[in-house]
Design a binder for this molecule. Structure first.
Ligand code: G6P
Ligand code: ZN
Length: 543
């Protein structure tokens, strides 16, 4: 076997964002682009010689080719073993599980999550560490630093590996094993949830629909929901992963998962609807006549998780990202649980989970997960919901309404302005940052500003500090607006405006969130001059 050492130069802009490096697929397809970044990953993690690595992705366009390159580079670096999902596929949570189960050094996960795929879509790559979670900031910083000093990369001159055939082979010192990506994950879910109770619920006539959006979760959902739990064939729709997600945008929000939302709103809809995203870590759940916001889902799961066997002992604590609503805080307060507030990005939950400080975490961006892996996990959330529904024997709508009656309702919405001119978006945020000290006491849209700050996180486990994570404006009545720029986009800037208010009065819980939050929305626009500065009359996406 020949190992080639190829001279190269640093490529600008290989800076990992919220979740690894995300770029247009065509950018990744440029000669040397992927190779440079993979070499930088290997350098940033301290080398992979003699190490076990898990490799897989969400099946998007270029996934297969990128995996062959990564295999050849890992072989050139003398990795001990590479474990690859059949067809190059692993959902992100399944990859996290396999890393943990094998005690691997880490994994290379290929995905741009909920971003569209295809040659004109997006591609992404990230490194997960031995705990199964996305590399923390000190590691992503080291990777970025390595991209700036790179002079060469190494790659083995070997034939492509047949990713469609299960089994092991050897290249140089490296064992290469292609494994079933679904089996270990199914086994883990069976340990956590009462499959018999969920199966009995389904047998009694409870109907469900899961939209896999032609992305990574399809095979997992088919195996579990239809195979193990007995949901009617066809309950999992868009189940076959496709390189371009069937032309869709694999983000389970009301715009891109419209097919599911419309079905659930129709008279023939199911008792329970859910969808996941490109790499299977996000989820949304919908009941008959009840859409659950991700922030509420986290709160409801925190309040009910003990009903599933894997969580019967209760929760160590909970965590949410800062822009996620305070609904879970109320559950934590009532149950006497510690509640942590982290910056956006699942990597920030890793230390809390590893230290046993929290069991459950979640984000407004349709992510919920627990200490079973170190990623958010879409299908896991769906199964926890089904387990709770099976044990309580009530509809999702009833459960949600009772929850609001007990804890109050936190109205919540996120307004996204996508592909905004970068300078305009940064100008908007910088202006707010400059205004912060003068804001308390200001009145806008009948609301009075109580405080304003730029969120900084002091990690209680490793003491690291992460600054500038979003401008928070709190109003006297408990309303809140958060402004932040997305760290996962690939075109221009995406401005996210997170809006919430708290409503204890049951009589008002039935309101539409956009109506209930009208004043807060108006205040946000007035303060940040959103329309004027973005040139947009309305958000592109409302979640
Ligand atoms: C990914 C990350 C999440 C994050 C989300 C939105 O899915 O895994 O942790 O919440 O992106 O991030 P953004 O920076 O685009 O708001
Ligand atoms: Zn995702």
């Amino acid at each position: 076997m020949q190992i080639k050492t190829i001279a190269t130069k640093p490529i600008d802009g290989q800076k990992p964002g919220t979740s690894g490096l995300r770029k247009k697929t065509r950018v990744f397809m440029q000669p040397g682009y992927l190779e440079n970044y993979v070499e930088a990953i290997f350098a940033g993690v301290g080398g992979v010689t003699g190490k076990v690595l898990v490799i897989g992705g969400d099946g998007r366009f270029f996934n297969d080719k990128a995996i062959q390159t990564i295999i050849k580079m890992a072989v050139a670096h003398g990795a001990k073993k590479l474990v690859i999902g059949k067809g190059g596929l692993f959902s992100t949570p399944a990859a996290s599980n396999v890393i943990r189960k094998l005690g691997a050094f880490g994994g290379v996960v290929l995905s741009a999550s909920h971003n569209p795929g295809g040659e004109d879509g997006d591609f992404g790559i990230k490194f997960n560490g031995s705990n199964g979670g996305p590399a923390p900031e000190n590691v992503t910083d080291a990777i970025f630093a390595a991209t700036k000093t790179i002079t060469e990369y190494r790659i083995a001159d070997i034939a492509d590996i047949d990713l469609d055939r299960l089994g092991a082979s050897k290249a140089g010192e490296t064992e290469i094993e292609v494994v079933d990506p679904v089996a270990d994950y199914v086994e883990l879910m069976e340990k956590l949830f009462d499959f018999d109770k969920i199966a009995a619920l389904i047998k009694s006539g409870f109907t469900l629909r899961f939209d896999a959006m032609h992305a990574a979760t399809g095979p997992y959902a088919k195996a579990i929901l239809e195979g193990k739990l007995g949901a009617a064939p066809g309950s999992v729709i868009n189940a076959v992963p496709l390189p371009d997600f069937g032309g869709g945008h694999p983000d389970p929000n009301p715009i891109y998962a419209k097919e599911l939302y419309d079905f659930m709103a129709s008279p023939g809809g199911a008792d329970f609807g859910a969808a996941s995203d490109g790499d299977g870590d996000r989820n949304i759940v919908i009941g008959r006549g009840a859409v659950v916001t991700p922030s509420d889902s986290l709160a409801l799961l925190a309040a009910n998780a003990h009903l599933a066997k894997g969580y019967a002992r209760g929760l160590a604590g909970v965590a949410r990202s800062m822009p996620t609503s305070g609904a879970v805080d109320r559950v934590a307060a009532k149950k006497g649980l510690d509640c942590y507030e982290t910056p956006t990005g699942w990597k920030f939950f890793g230390n809390l989970l590893d230290a046993g400080k929290v069991t459950l975490c979640g984000e407004e961006s349709a992510g919920t997960g627990s200490d079973h892996v170190r990623e958010k996990d879409g299908l896991w959330a769906v199964l926890l919901w089904l387990n709770i529904l099976a044990v309580r024997g009530e509809s999702l709508k009833d459960i949600q309404e009772k929850h609001w009656a007990e804890y109050g309702r936190t109205f919540y919405t996120r307004h996204d302005y996508e592909a905004v001119d970068t300078a305009a978006a940064e100008g908007l945020v910088n202006r707010l940052r400059d205004m912060m000290p003068t804001l308390p006491g200001t009145k806008v849209a009948d609301l009075e500003v109580a405080s304003a700050d730029d969120f900084a996180y002091n990690d209680p486990v490793d003491g690291s500090v992460t600054k500038k994570q979003g401008i928070r404006i709190l109003f006297k009545g408990g309303e809140r607006v958060v402004f932040r720029l997305s760290g996962t986009g690939t075109e221009g800037a995406t401005l996210r405006v997170y809006l919430e208010s708290f409503e204890p009065d049951v009589a008002k819980h039935g309101q539409d969130a956009q109506v209930a939050l009208a004043k807060v929305i108006e205040a946000a626009d007035t303060l940040a001059e959103i329309k004027a500065r973005t040139g947009r009359q309305a958000p592109d996406v409302i979640t």
